[in-house]
Design a protein around this ligand. Structure first.
Ligand SMILES: Cc1ncc(COP(=O)(O)O)c(C=O)c1O
Length: 368
């Protein structure tokens, strides 16, 4: 809620931080090679595994989420390896571009913007790509507010191939369930500034045994994102490189709070607020970008009515109501707006954003 001069930041990350987390961002620095850091890293790794429902290895990397995606690729895929890149939007395209940049032999499986990946088409694509080394995909496409049916897609991949499953869960993890072990996901990539309720700066990845086996065969050159460095240093309770300590302090606190609240409760809370947001948008007479059954629980994408200038709309909402909404990306620029509802928030934050959007649209349409 806009508190004094603080705007109501309703973009799909970075998320606003509650005071107890924010205070930690200003803490004094510590020795990242000392016992205090080792204790924190140990605790954080255990808590990260709990949220991901996994016994797989888990690592913290000082980077944005794209670095986590790059980590997934450079440690498991070698130049010339066959990769199936599923894309339902901007971030699926980015994952593909990373794989291409490192020389993978990429086959595209693309779906229309606003739609989720279709498991039947995935099965066909895998049948047509024997020897596929990895499938790379986005869980939650933040640009369109579409959540892929990840569990179902993983089932198809396991049934049709022996491919690794590398998932961009940057904007879903900690807000929507990802059962890494039960669904057989090899690498999950995410980032601190989303539902994890921390500042930007820390990427997180999980690595399965199968991902480690692929690492042993992988010939892609790497250094900063070489996962073996993170593994070797984790054993001595240290990061390989100087970490972003303020973000780590905040993330430590948030992870503790998440495990205390219980992940099921967190996922339910996100679902309830997402439902409320979707209902609110429809009550304003607006249309959602995705089909209801694939609508994301962390970000809602809403179509702007014909004739509304998207840039002006966002500027007015900010100027008149102190609410910051997300705009559209790439081909959806100016055509949609997005309300982020991940991490720490209350219904009032959403209601304020919806009211600001509704009033602004009425003003712009000359209805007030
Ligand atoms: C689904 C998804 N993937 C990847 C990214 C990239 O993360 P970053 O900007 O932290 O590199 C984002 C960021 O919004 C995202 O939403």
């Amino acid at each position: 809620m806009s508190n004094g001069k603080q705007p109501n930041l309703r973009i799909p990350g970075p998320v606003p931080l509650p005071d107890d987390v924010l205070d930690l961002v200003g803490s004094q620095m510590i020795n990242h090679r000392g016992p205090e850091y080792a204790d924190m890293l140990d605790r954080m790794t255990a808590n990260l595994r709990t949220v991901f429902m996994t016994t797989n290895d888990a690592y913290f990397i000082t980077s944005s989420g794209t670095g986590a995606m790059e980590t997934a690729v450079v440690n498991t895929i070698s130049p010339g390896d066959k990769v199936l890149a599923i894309s339902i939007g901007v971030f699926g395209d980015r994952f593909r571009e990373i794989a291409e940049a490192y020389g993978a032999d990429v086959t595209r499986l693309e779906f229309e913007l606003g739609h989720a990946a279709d498991p039947a088409r995935l099965a066909e694509a895998l049948k047509a790509l024997p020897g596929c080394k990895a499938v790379i995909l986005t869980h939650n496409e933040s640009s369109t507010g579409v959540a892929n049916p990840l569990k179902e897609l993983c089932e198809v991949i396991h049934a049709e191939s022996d491919a690794l499953i590398l998932v961009d869960a940057v904007s879903s993890a900690a807000g929507m369930p990802i059962a890494v072990d039960a669904w057989g996901i090899d690498v999950v990539a995410t980032a601190s500034q989303k539902s994890w309720i921390a500042p930007p700066g820390i990427a997180m990845v999980t690595f399965s045994k199968k991902a480690w086996a692929a690492y042993e065969q992988c010939t892609t050159p790497k250094y900063y994102y070489d996962i073996k460095q993170y593994e070797d240093y984790l054993k001595i309770g240290q990061p390989p490189f100087t970490p972003c300590l303020p973000a780590m302090f905040a993330l430590d606190k948030s992870l503790e709070a998440m495990v205390a609240e219980g992940i099921e409760t967190i996922f339910e809370r996100h679902h309830t607020i997402a439902d409320h947001t979707r209902h609110g948008a429809r009550s304003l007479g607006l249309e959602l970008v995705p089909e209801e059954r694939y609508a994301s629980d962390t970000v809602t994408a809403i179509r702007l009515p014909e004739g509304i200038d998207g840039k002006e709309f966002l500027a007015r909402v900010k100027r008149d109501y102190n609410v910051i909404l997300g705009g559209g990306q790439k081909s959806l620029t100016g055509k949609i707006f997005r309300i982020g509802h991940m991490g720490w928030m209350e219904m009032a934050h959403i209601d304020e954003a919806l009211e600001a959007a509704g009033r602004t649209l009425r003003e712009m349409q000359g209805k007030n």
